[in-house]
Design a protein around this ligand. Structure first.
Ligand SMILES: *[C@@H]1O[C@H](CO)[C@@H](O)[C@H](O)[C@H]1NC(C)=O
Length: 387
C-alpha cells in the first residue's frame, strides 16, 4: 500500500499551548520506506487536550519531526528493566527514529515559533555534547557501538543513534533562512540534552545528511563539537550502500525512486532525494550506482566544505576495527573517557565479530562503474561552490 495514513488532527489552533494526544494503536502504522526519515504523517492521532511545556520536559519525550510550521514530539517508556539511557543508547537502538516510531505512546506538537520562544531560556548543557558524522553505510553505527561499549552504565558516555531532530534540521536546510536554522539548532539541542547528567558526555550519531548543517550548529552552539569518521575508500562506501539498499527491500529503493521519480513527486514516499538535494541535482542520477554516489558524496563534500568546524585527525573505520587499542584513543580523549576502558571495547569487538564482518561486505563494482564514479567525482570537484 503506497498511501501513508492521513494525518487527522482535530487539534485546536492554540497559539501558546502544546497539543497532545494518544497515538492510535488500532490503526496499523505503515511506512513505505523503512529507511525514511520520520514524518508528521506517520501517526494517526486525535486531539485530547492542551498541555504545558513542563509536561513535554519530563523524561521520555523526544522530538520526532520538525516541519517549517510545527515541532512534533512523542513519548516513550523505557523497555522493561532498563532505564532511559539503556533504552535509547546505540548499543540496543541503532536508529532512535525507528524506535520512537514503533514505541510512541503519546504525540504532541507545538508551533515552531512557540517552541523557539519557550526554549529560549533553557539552561546550557550540563556537560560535553558531540555530534558524530559519517557517510551512509560507512560503518558509523558499528563505530558508535564500539565506543558505547566503553561505558556500560551510560553515565559517563551516552551515544544516541540517528536522533530524528538532527535529520529534520538537515531537511529544513532546503527551506529555512540562516537565522531560523541557527535558532532552531540551538533550541532543539538544548531540549534534547535537557536530561544529561553532570559528567556525562552525550554523542549524537547523526544521519549522513547532517554534515551540511554543521556551520549553523557551530555558530549557535560553539561548545558542541563535531567529528567525522570515514572509511579509506569512497568507492567501498558507495558499493556498500548499493548493497544495503538492495538487501533491505524486496527491490532496491533507489531504483524504484528513480523509475517513478520521473513521473511524479516522490518526496512523500521517501526523503532520500531531499537529504542530499544539492549533490543529487548536480549528479542527476540515472541508476542505483549514481543515486548511491550522490548520497555518499553529499556527506563527504559537505564535510570537506565545513572541515574547519570538525575535530581533526580522526581515525578511519578500518584502523579502529583492526587496531582498536591504538586508534580509539583520540575518540576516548574527545569523549573524556579514560583509556582504562579500552579492554572493554576489545571485548565487545570479540563478541560482535559477525556484525563487524557485515560492515566490510560490498558488491563488486565493474570497471565501468568505478570509472563513472571517478568521472562524476571529478565534475563535482571542479565546482567552485563545493571547494
Ligand atoms: C533568532 O534568535 C535571535 C536571538 O534570540 C532573535 O533576535 C531573532 O529574531 C531570531 N530570528 C528568527 C528568524 O527567529
Amino acid at each position: 500500500m503506497l498511501f501513508r495514513w492521513l494525518f487527522y488532527l482535530f487539534f485546536l489552533q492554540g497559539k501558546s499551548g502544546f497539543e497532545i494526544g494518544q497515538t492510535d494503536k488500532e490503526a496499523s502504522r505503515h511506512r513505505f520506506d523503512s529507511t525514511d526519515v520520520t514524518r508528521e504523517s506517520d501517526f494517526l492521532s486525535f486531539h485530547e487536550k492542551t498541555t504545558l511545556f513542563e509536561e513535554i520536559c519530563e523524561e521520555g519525550w523526544f522530538i520526532y519531526s520538525i516541519t517549517d510550521r510545527y515541532v512534533y514530539f512523542v513519548k516513550i517508556s523505557p523497555v522493561e528493566e532498563d532505564n532511559f539511557e539503556t533504552t535509547i543508547s546505540i548499543e540496543k537502538c541503532s536508529k532512535l527514529s525507528n524506535f520512537l516510531y514503533q514505541n510512541a505512546e503519546k504525540l504532541a506538537r507545538c508551533q515552531v515559533e512557540t517552541f523557539l520562544r519557550i526554549t529560549k531560556n533553557l539552561p546550557p548543557s550540563r556537560s560535553k555534547v558531540l555530534i558524530f558524522h559519517s557517510a551512509p553505510s560507512s560503518g558509523g553505527t558499528t563505530v558508535g557501538k564500539l565506543l558505547q561499549s566503553c561505558d556500560n552504565s551510560k553515565l559517563s558516555l551516552l551515544i544516541v543513534g540517528e536522533p530524528p531532530f538532527l535529520t529534520s534540521l538537515s531537511l529544513l536546510y532546503n527551506k529555512l533562512s540562516i537565522e531560523e536554522l541557527r535558532n532552531l539548532s540551538k533550541s532543539t539541542i538544548r531540549f534534547s540534552t535537557m536530561h544529561q547528567k553532570s559528567q556525562q558526555t552525550i554523542v549524537f550519531k547523526s544521519r549522513s545528511s547532517c554534515t551540511k548543517i554543521v556551520p549553523f550548529i557551530h555558530s549557535a552552539l560553539p561548545s558542541v563539537q563535531h567529528f567525522f569518521i570515514s572509511r579509506k575508500s569512497s568507492t567501498d562506501i558507495i558499493s556498500r550502500l548499493v548493497l544495503t539498499n538492495s538487501i533491505e527491500f524486496q527491490y532496491p529503493i533507489f531504483s524504484f525512486l528513480l523509475r517513478f521519480g520521473q513521473y511524479f513527486d516522490i518526496n512523500w514516499i521517501s526523503s532520500w532525494k531531499e537529504m542530499e538535494l544539492e549533490i543529487y541535482t548536480r549528479i542527476g542520477p540515472k541508476n542505483d550506482l549514481e543515486f548511491s554516489m550522490a548520497q555518499v558524496y553529499g556527506a563527504l563534500l559537505n564535510y570537506r566544505r565545513n572541515r574547519q568546524y570538525f575535530v581533526q585527525d580522526m581515525p578511519f573505520v578500518e584502523d579502529l576495527i583492526s587496531d582498536t587499542a591504538i586508534h580509539i584513543r583520540p575518540l576516548l580523549d574527545l569523549c573524556e573517557i579514560s583509556d582504562l576502558a579500552i579492554p572493554e571495547c576489545i571485548e565487545w569487538k570479540r563478541n560482535a565479530e559477525e556484525q563487524i564482518q557485515q560492515t566490510w561486505d560490498t558488491v563488486e563494482l565493474s570497471e565501468e562503474d568505478v570509472a563513472r564514479v571517478g568521472h562524476l567525482a571529478e565534475l563535482l570537484q571542479q565546482d567552485v561552490f563545493l571547494n
